[in-house]
Design a binder for this molecule. Structure first.
Ligand code: C2E
Ligand code: CA
Ligand code: CA
Length: 545
């Protein structure tokens, strides 16, 4: 169930990691595209206006020039000069001479047609020059009439340029090929409307609005509108969208891959421990604890092992990680529950046997462990008085006062508490004094020194004396040789564990050993019966005394 959810989560995250860059790139591209297209449309309207203005400028200059050379008249010399000027202007239509009544009197090429005014006359930038939208009465074509009038004497010159010739054809891109361009005169309406590509024009996209831009002339009464349809935008840029999607997908895939590597590598071992706990792969081995005076079995210490893929791993391979990740708490509960099931029958039969568990500093931060112990052993044949909890001196306790409370609550249940690895940590004598433990476990390091270093031997001696003075029970750990055993016995140590007796054993082997030392035919000693049975070890006797 947990696996399914995590797979769903991983898939969801992977999908999001792929989708996010694709979407982001598309949004960025779309935004950029709209901005670029708007810029292009703005530029287009400005360019068209500039060309129209330029053409009008040259007409105005021609008229001003013609006027400077002579007063308006239909004299043949004047007409020749007008022809000259019209040729120089190149594209301009006929230049007419108008009388004081404003009617055309004659023209350079004699093609003057009657005009209908579409707009009022507007002042142009040059003095005495006006511009108006007109319509040729016969053809109906729109045009611009540029008129110069003499300020004294009346009459003047008029050039008429058809709107068609005024507007340039600007084809720069697919966007402009599909544009719509309009030149308007105030109060004169639309002079001309042009479509870049008559087939593709005005087809607006449903999804992208069309873009428009208007440029106003400062010199002439003119404005230029340009409208580019959204479909043109897409048509011009769909290749970019394809690239953005391919790029985004590749980028997303890369993110997803990195995510997968990070999560499956980083969370791996901790996850494996959690899964192992769930599958019951963590099991206690039991190391016998022996009364070295009588040779009797006092009990055992539960030491966790990980049966992982058929291989037994020692605690050195996983305890530190379990502790750092917090998996140590469910693991400790699993070990206690398993020990209860493994040893319940034996311990029920032999109530003097002890069972030790290792706890970590974090267990002494709150009272959870007290509740857990009660819950796990409630209704079990194992009595609270048979339990011992070990706290190591190797790691500092967060809060001594709180630890003291947890210890006393465990003791109140009937269990005992030992300080483990004494002599290796920083707690030392102060821990022994403040924590109120019942037992001290001398670290293997000092046992190893027996017969080698004089200094360490002195420490063993003082530890024995310290335990006696403080009325603590002393257990020697890691006893490997008969010489060490002899020495400890001489010094008054009564309890030990170590390879000299047995290594930590799987449940079945420990049960076999215990059965051999205490055959089932033995009568179970009763705790309530007062006088201790011959099997009550020195731990009990010391406590009683
Ligand atoms: P510890 O509590 O000091 O346990 C004694 C260690 O010394 C055990 O190692 C035991 O196998 C080893 N040992 C016992 N006699 C001899 C001997 O004669 N010679 C040698 N060389 N070694 C001996 P183990 O089982 O590998 O455990 C190592 C440590 O891991 C334990 O040290 C304890 O601190 C921790 N540990 C083990 N099980 C648990 C557990 O269930 N919970 C917690 N929190 N810690 C555990
Ligand atoms: Ca221990
Ligand atoms: Ca130890």
């Amino acid at each position: 169930m947990q696996d399914v959810t995590s797979w769903k989560r991983a898939l969801g995250v992977g999908f999001a990691l792929i989708a996010a860059p694709v979407l982001t790139l598309n949004v960025l591209l779309a935004a950029n595209l709209v901005t670029a297209a708007q810029n292009e449309t703005d530029g287009l309207s400005r360019d068209v206006l500039a060309i129209v203005e330029h053409r009008l400028d040259s007409i105005v200059e021609t008229l001003v020039d013609v006027a400077a050379r002579g007063a308006p008249s239909c004299d043949p010399v004047r007409i020749d000069a007008l022809k000259d000027a019209a040729f120089r202007a190149g594209w301009a239509a006929d230049i007419a001479v108008i009388g004081p009544d404003d009617a055309p009197a004659c023209s350079a090429f004699g093609t003057v047609r009657p005009l209908r005014r579409l707009s009022p006359e507007h002042d142009a930038f040059a003095p005495d020059v006006t511009v108006a939208a007109v319509q040729e009465a016969t053809s109906g074509a729109t045009a611009l009439a540029v008129t110069w009038r003499a300020s004294i004497g009346g009459g003047g010159y008029r050039a008429v340029v058809s709107a068609d010739r005024l507007s340039p054809s600007v084809l720069r891109s697919i966007v402009s090929a599909n544009f719509m361009m309009r030149i308007s005169v105030p109060n004169g309406g639309v002079l001309i409307e042009r479509i870049g590509d008559p087939n593709g024009a005005r087809s607006t996209s449903l999804f992208i609005r069309s873009l428009s831009s208007t440029a106003f002339s400062e010199r002439y009464p003119l404005s230029v509108d340009v409208v580019a349809p959204g479909s043109a935008l897409i048509a011009a840029n769909w290749v970019l969208f394809v690239y953005a999607n391919i790029g985004g997908f590749v980028l997303g895939l890369l993110f997803a891959l990195i995510y997968a590597m990070v999560t499956f590598r980083g969370g791996g071992p901790v996850r494996e421990i959690a899964d192992g706990i769930r599958r019951g792969e963590f099991e206690p081995y039991y190391q016998p604890v022996i009364d070295i005076v009588s040779g009797k079995l006092i009990g055992c210490e539960a030491l966790v092992r990980w049966r992982r893929k058929g291989v037994i791993l020692p605690p050195g391979r996983f305890i530190a990680l379990a502790e750092a990740s917090g998996e140590i708490y469910p693991m400790t509960l699993a070990v206690m529950a398993r020990a209860r099931d493994d040893l319940g029958a034996l311990y029920g039969r032999l109530p003097h046997l002890e069972l030790g568990f290792n706890l970590v500093a974090g267990h002494f931060d709150n009272l959870d462990i007290v509740d857990d112990v009660q819950r796990i052993f409630a209704g079990s044949p194992i009595r609270m008085s048979q339990l011992m909890f070990e706290v190591t001196e190797r790691q500092p306790l967060q809060n001594i006062a709180r630890a003291r409370v947890v210890i006393s609550r465990l003791q109140h249940l009937g269990a005992r508490v030992a300080l483990d690895d004494v002599g290796t940590g920083h707690g030392g004598l102060s821990y022994l004094l403040k924590l109120g433990v019942d037992v001290m476990k001398m670290d293997k390091m000092f046992v190893d020194a027996i017969g080698t270093e004089r200094y360490s031997v002195a420490i063993v001696d003082s530890m024995v004396k310290l335990a006696a003075d403080m009325r603590l029970e002393l257990i020697a750990e890691g006893v490997e040789t008969f010489e060490q055993l002899q020495y400890l016995r001489q010094k008054g140590v009564r309890v030990a564990q170590g390879y000299v007796f047995a290594p930590p054993l799987p449940a079945a082997s420990f049960l076999q050993l215990a059965d051999a030392m205490h055959p089932a035919s033995e009568k179970a000693p009763s705790v309530d019966e007062g006088p201790p049975s011959p099997y009550v070890g020195p731990l009990r006797m010391a406590k009683a005394g």
